[in-house]
Design a protein around this ligand. Structure first.
Ligand code: GLU
Length: 460
């Protein structure tokens, strides 16, 4: 018995050394791309037991291949502002992995966008899309264009210029973009119009997140936020808990945040705080979601305006402090690395029971480690926020079949998908010796399906 244990330990050490070596190469080849390195490191660390059990993945060079995008497209996006000035932004599309389906993933328009951000998002998307159980590969794109303060015509001109180049690389069976930060229904509409004009054909399935009257799916707008709450609800149920009567703090006030608030409130929770990139509001008696929607979705105003309408709420400049507010459930839905070690410690000292990631990679590795060590229920982004891309895949299915499902049909499918993702994560965490650790579970469950497909398809 002792001897067997010794052999196992030696094997584990050999694989650990192998993984560390492969990660070192990733660091060297992607120097300075810290977000991408962070996303890869978390996944690689989870995979040691998988590689011990399946040496074929080592033999087939799956780690080396999965971290190298199949294609990275970087292009110039020139456009003219309302004053007649020529502006130039950078456009990106990473076509990361097509082992299980056409590249699929959103477009982000934000000044912080660069190759590292797009590659981290694209890498996450490979495993997230695999977890959905839908036939979609991993991709991501965007631009360092800042939509804030731009006129509607400027947005249209930018989207048209962006699509003029992007259209050469995408298609319903090759690569299907959608929205992300800074890209919503309006931007998708302008890009779809330009794509259609350039192609001279109505290829509805080339983009998802379209308007309902031209091929969009009911329930897509709500899907990421609703899906997040469905996933966290499954985690809570596993411990005999629920959203009902629990206090929730949600960062962000975009599409993900707003519909997570809506579903959490429907399930009986009290949402007391949300934020935008300038600061956060705290409304102890419960946020009025209609006001947030009016300010953010209709008037495109700052969240600070909320306190003029609800004087018993307070506004605090700066975002990090939102995690100092007492809550049972925390849902980071703003952006990457918004929840660090200090924030995690504050949440823990206030007795947080569950954390569900609505944004992509919103918690730092140190914060995740703290939550897991302290036994807090933790739903990692690639599982918990997969509802958006899941319904995007349902939109593709409807476009291919040239029919439209009801909101109820879509929501039922979304609930099934989120429950299934939760079950798969739990199962993989148990199978590979980390019961209840859904970070490990999500990374493994997502990876195995893609890795098996890559093995089957040979070295391509
Ligand atoms: N941007 C979303 C995500 O991070 C959705 C992508 C999509 O629908 O393709 O998953």
């Amino acid at each position: 018995m002792k001897v067997i244990e010794k052999v196992d330990e030696t094997q584990i050490q050999i694989v650990k050394d192998y993984v560390n070596h492969k990660f070192k190469i990733v660091e060297e080849r992607n120097a300075g791309e810290l977000e991408f390195q962070q996303a890869v490191k978390e996944v690689f660390d989870s995979l040691v037991p998988v590689l011990v059990k399946n040496p074929v993945y080592i033999k087939q060079g799956i780690l080396e291949r999965i971290v190298e995008p199949e294609r990275l497209i970087h292009f110039r996006v020139p456009w003219v502002d309302d004053e007649g000035n020529v502006k130039v932004n950078r456009g990106f599309r990473v076509q990361f992995n097509s082992a299980i389906g056409p590249y699929k993933g959103g477009l982000r328009f934000h000044p912080s966008v660069n190759a590292s951000i797009i590659k981290f998002l694209g890498f996450e998307q490979i495993l997230k899309n695999s977890l959905t159980g839908q036939p979609i590969g991993g991709g991501k794109g965007g631009s360092d264009f800042d939509p804030k303060g731009k006129s509607d015509l400027e947005i249209m001109r930018f989207c048209q210029s962006f699509m003029t180049e992007l259209s050469k690389h995408i298609g319903p069976d090759t690569d299907v973009p959608a929205g992300d930060i800074g890209v919503g229904a309006r931007e998708i509409g302008y890009m779809f119009g330009q794509y259609k004009k350039l192609r001279g054909a109505y290829e509805a399935g080339v983009l998802t997140g379209k308007g309902i009257n031209y091929g969009g799916s009911l329930g897509r707008t709500e899907a990421t936020g609703y899906g997040l709450v469905y996933f966290v609800d499954e985690m809570l149920k596993g411990k005999g808990l629920s959203f009902n009567n629990n206090t929730v703090v949600i960062s962000g006030s975009g599409n993900v945040s707003i519909y997570a608030m809506q579903k959490a409130i429907q399930l009986g929770a009290k949402v007391v705080a949300c934020s935008d990139s300038s600061g956060y509001i705290y409304h102890k008696s419960g946020i009025n979601l209609d006001t947030v929607k009016q300010l953010k979705e209709v008037e495109s105003k700052r969240i600070s305006e909320y306190v003029a309408i609800h004087p018993d709420a307070i506004y605090v400049e700066g975002c990090a402090g939102i995690w100092s507010l007492p809550c049972d459930i925390a849902l980071p839905c703003a952006t990457q690395n918004e929840l660090d070690k200090e924030a995690a410690n504050l949440l823990l000292s206030n007795g947080v029971k569950a954390v569900g990631e609505g944004a992509n990679m919103p918690s730092t590795q140190e914060a995740i480690d703290l939550f897991i060590d302290q036994g807090v229920l933790f739903g990692p982004a690639k599982a918990a926020n997969a509802g958006g891309v899941s319904v995007s895949a349902l939109e593709m299915a409807q476009n291919s079949a040239r029919l439209a499902w009801t909101a109820q049909e879509v929501d039922t499918k979304l609930q099934e998908i989120m429950k299934n993702i939760y079950r798969e994560c739990v199962k993989s965490s148990e199978e590979y010796g980390a019961p209840g650790n859904l970070v490990v579970g999500a990374n493994i469950a997502g990876f195995v399906k893609v890795a098996d497909a890559m093995v089957s398809q040979g070295v391509v």
